[in-house]
Ligand binder design. Structure first.
Ligand code: SAM
Length: 318
């Protein structure tokens, strides 16, 4: 499988405190000098693109709390050979930033939102930000992005009563709602025992309310998501079934965190570190050779790798 997708985490900090994501441990953030500058991040991104990457997704932590992110988007957009630049955000700040990000060259936006109810939003995220996120979704739809997607982590007994409400959003708005199977990544999420609702059950519940789902043609850059539409819908539905399926052999992605550590697989931990090269004497050719070396060993790592249960999504970025 060609490795052509890089998920780039820009910060290990987040402005939300989600019950299934934020670690319980406090004060474990990286020091300012450990985090790559925009110039270092862009240089690293160029090395990845030279090694074959065609799509970059900015994530975090929360990427929109990163200072001057619009400038970074502009720096990445001009990388020759990069075909798509996307962002995953919790949406708290997107309403003020959507136009600027689009103008700087951001192609696509995924907004994570797990409930449509204000009180429950506060329970899940620790924040009163529901209205801001909803405004951000509406603003993003008007900003001219190639696609706006909502990421929904379903948790039994917490938000599975809202499956039909989320599915209806894909009927009413030109956006894709993606239901992502919850998985226990760290100590905090492991305490949510019994939270998993498998895709098969979610599909059944949607079909009970809306009728048969039609499978959409696979999109080339669609990754592990399987796409469907409801009759008469303006948008689509997607299912990411990390617990029910094993898509390791179709995995085309690698991840780099904000300090330059590289993860060939979410379940493997960091195996490579670009920061010493970025801050040393390595030239651009040496950087991309280093990245190519990582691509060659990626297939050794998969879901059975040892870090399952010790994944900090809040710094690696999902
Ligand atoms: N702050 C941004 C956001 O909220 O989208 C980007 C980082 S967040 C860690 C990226 C994605 O990881 C989100 O869509 C989030 O829902 C997902 N995620 C975090 N913990 C998860 C878990 N335990 N199971 C499944 N997905 C998870």
């Amino acid at each position: 499988m060609a490795i052509d997708y890089l998920r780039l985490s820009l910060t290990d900090r987040c402005n939300l405190n989600c019950i299934y994501c934020t670690p319980l441990e406090k004060n474990r953030f990286l020091a300012h000098e450990e985090v790559l500058t925009h110039e270092e991040t862009a240089r690293a991104a160029r090395a990845f693109v030279k090694a074959g990457v065609r799509k970059i997704r900015l994530t975090g932590g929360e990427p929109l709390i990163k200072k001057d992110i619009t400038r970074l988007v502009g720096m990445l957009k001009v990388i020759q050979g990069l075909e798509e630049l996307a962002l995953t955000t919790n949406g708290i700040y997107i309403s003020e930033m959507a136009d600027g990000l689009r103008a700087a060259g951001l192609d696509r936006v995924n907004i994570s939102i797990d409930t449509l109810k204000k009180e429950k939003f506060k329970m899940i995220t620790g924040s009163d930000g529901f209205d801001a996120v909803w405004r951000g979704i509406e603003k993003s739809l008007k900003a001219g992005f190639k696609a706006v997607k909502l990421n929904v982590i379903l948790m039994k007994g917490i938000n599975d009563d809202e499956i039909a409400d989320f599915a209806r959003l894909s009927v009413d708005y030109p956006l894709t709602v993606r239901f992502i199977e919850f998985f226990p990544t760290n100590k905090r999420s492991a305490s949510l025992t019994g939270a998993l609702i498998r895709t098969e059950e979610v599909k059944k519940r949607i079909e009970a309310s809306f009728g048969a789902l039609s499978e959409a043609a696979p999109v080339e850059s669609g990754g592990p998501a399987r796409g469907y539409t409801l009759a008469g819908a303006r948008g689509g539905l997607g299912f990411i079934s990390g617990r029910s399926d094993n898509f390791c052999c179709a995995c085309n992605r690698v991840r780099m965190d904000c300090s330059g550590k590289i993860y060939p697989c979410l379940f493997a931990g960091a195996t490579h570190d670009l920061r010493p090269l970025l801050r040393g004497t390595a030239d651009d050719a040496a950087l991309s050779e280093y990245v190519k070396g990582l691509f060659l060993v990626k297939s050794k790592y998969n879901k059975t790798s040892t870090h399952a249960g010790h994944i900090e999504m809040s710094s690696i970025g999902g």
